[in-house]
Design a protein around this ligand. Sequence first.
Ligand SMILES: *[C@@H]1O[C@H](CO)[C@@H](O)[C@H](O)[C@H]1NC(C)=O
Length: 228
Amino acid sequence: MQLSLTQPSSWILLLLLVMNLFLWKNVASVPMCAMRNARCFTFFEDTFELAGSLSHNISGEVSELFTEFENHYAKVPRLKDKGLMRCHTSSLSIAENKEQAKHTHYEALLKSGHMILNAWESPLENLVRELSATENVPDTIISKATNIKTKINAVQKGVNSLMSSMLQNGDEEKNNPAWSRLPLLQPGNEDARIRSFYGMISCLDNDFKKVDIYLNVLKCYMLKIDNC
Ligand SMILES: *[C@@H]1O[C@H](CO)[C@@H](O)[C@H](O)[C@H]1NC(C)=O
């Protein structure tokens, strides 16, 4: 299986393909492998590899979106008002940085990534829909956000499959507080909307840095890569 991994669409395609194979094979015992960079990856390894690489890319893209948004709306009064910045995921008790992540059990790390991804599923949809419905938002911002949402959905599918194949009971995450406090976009005038978009993108940026760290620590661990 040789796909050009310079195209975001092939990342997503490959990830989805791996996922599908994943669902009907018993992962640990799959004898086949996918050849990439002259290396044979099992589907299991492949999923970690792809989820790690894609989440790293997403984390960079979210930062770019955040910077672009911030520059474009720099003149909006109280844009960076800290009072508006409470993230709906802030109550999750999860590893804060790479050092902590390295000392977290791999199952807990995978669960944390899973929780963050799930907590963002509907807010992200909401964000993209509302951005598109707001006047004068630059097309580049809308298309970046849409693209990010597509990639995040792909990573989420990957992590869901890893969860269901690695963990026996993936039931506890249902009572996670993140679900009960989804961020609501502020009603009101345009500046207020822009401020709430800004707050959400800032939270997404923070959270995706964590997902990037978790999935790459997991990737290193699962693929036994040194020095990372
Ligand atoms: C993410 O991947 C795409 C496609 O490979 C690339 O064009 C883009 O520059 C990458 N973004 C970052 C922030 O690395």
